[in-house]
Design a protein around this ligand. Structure first.
Ligand SMILES: Nc1ncnc2c1ncn2[C@@H]1O[C@H](COP(=O)(O)OP(=O)(O)O)[C@@H](O)[C@H]1O
Ligand SMILES: [Mg+2]
Length: 352
């Protein structure tokens, strides 16, 4: 008797329990995603990324994840940690883009009390907090050059000297770094140390953008709908064919994060069992050429914003907060109403 191979930890091949139909898609072959630590894909290049992560995890080498924002770098960094012998140790993440040099230095390496004004107590810093575990250095290309020099020294000596301190303190940390930039170009431009680049990118992993894996768009859209349906306020059963087409056409500069936000937007402003093209946010309409037949919606230039706001609020109140009904009363599409709500900073009314 043949035994079904059990999925390896973190990985499974499974569709959804509830089938969600995209009318435009052939119904015969449901897409079978690979699931890896919360990341889903049906794309071969992305599946290769999972394989490389799996292999790199077991060793202690530095991994550099290169990919646009929202492609899953942080989730992959966590997967590297979870699959590594350090899994019982801590996982710490720090963005090198958010902080000025001096603050980044003390966040990374710690400081002793009195090291600078405001240093009222010792701060261990992320390296020591991540001891015996993994430190995720996000947006590493943004790290200032003098901090890069100190980071290199830490990686080579396996010890940190906190800001204002004297004695080196031993640390045992595995580094996973991430960037959306080509580090080599940063090196050539003099903004990144070559020696540090080589130290960080022992295993470089390139994560494809969402626009390079178009089949994942609907697969992930269906997954996010599945998750939102579970909340209970609404149950989407289908994605209308023109909405599906528009989702596939979009460029997705924010990748999967953007897709999830778009689906959540549609879930909130739409109604009924079908995700309609009209429920998609304005930026998705702007990518397509405007249909010539559709006359521009009246934008009520003649009224002031205050009058506009009270007209919208009145319509929302008399529709018990139903966006669709309020839009009809105003003679607008839901998208136009939503745009005005956002422009005027009105609180989006909760649906009854
Ligand atoms: N392949 C994927 N499957 C499911 N969710 C994903 C996938 N890729 C990214 N996400 C989701 O998108 C968001 C951004 O992921 P993140 O790892 O923070 O990206 P990055 O660090 O590259 O900006 C997260 O909420 C994550 O859950
Ligand atoms: Mg990120």
């Amino acid at each position: 008797m043949k035994k079904t191979p059990s999925p390896r930890p973190g990985q499974s091949r499974a569709g959804h329990k509830t089938a969600l139909r995209v009318a435009a898609e052939p119904t015969g072959s449901p897409m079978e995603p690979t699931v890896f630590f919360g990341l889903r894909t049906a794309d071969p290049a992305m599946q290769r990324v999972f394989q490389i992560v799996r292999k790199a995890a077991s060793s202690d080498v530095s991994v550099l994840l290169r990919g646009e924002t929202g492609t899953g770098k942080e989730l992959l960094a966590k997967a590297l940690h979870e699959l590594s012998p350090r899994q019982r140790g801590p996982f710490h993440a720090i963005s090198c883009a958010a902080l000025p040099a001096s603050l980044l230095e003390s966040e990374l390496f710690g400081h002793v009390r009195g090291a600078f004004t405001g240093a009222v107590r010792d701060n261990p810093g992320h390296f020591r907090l991540a001891n015996k575990g993994t430190l995720f250095l996000d947006e590493v290309a943004e790290m200032p050059l003098d901090v890069q020099a100190k980071l290199l020294r830490v990686l080579e000596t396996h010890s940190v000297i906190p800001v204002g301190g004297q004695e080196p303190i031993a640390v045992d940390v595995r580094i996973v770094a991430a960037t959306h930039k080509a580090l080599r170009a940063e090196v050539e431009a003099g903004r990144f140390r070559a020696d540090l680049m080589y130290r960080l990118r022992v295993v470089p992993i390139f994560i494809p953008t969402l626009r390079e894996r178009k089949d994942d768009v609907l697969l992930l859209a269906q997954h996010f709908i599945f998750e939102l349906n579970a909340r209970g306020q609404r149950h989407i059963e289908r994605i209308a064919p023109d909405a599906a087409r528009r989702l596939r056409q979009h460029d997705w500069p924010g990748n999967v994060r953007e897709l999830r936000n778009v689906i959540e937007y549609a879930f909130v402003i739409g109604e009924g069992p079908v995700l309609d093209i009209a429920d998609l946010p304005p930026e998705l309409h702007e990518t397509a050429p405007p249909p010539r037949s559709a006359a521009p919606e009246p934008l009520a230039h003649s009224t002031s914003d205050g009058e506009e706001a009270s007209r919208i609020q009145h319509a929302l109140q008399s529709s018990a907060g139903h966006i669709g009904e309020a839009a009809r009363k105003l003679g607008w599409s839901r998208v136009t109403l939503w745009r005005h709500i956002r422009r005027l900073g009105l609180a989006p009314a909760k649906k009854a």
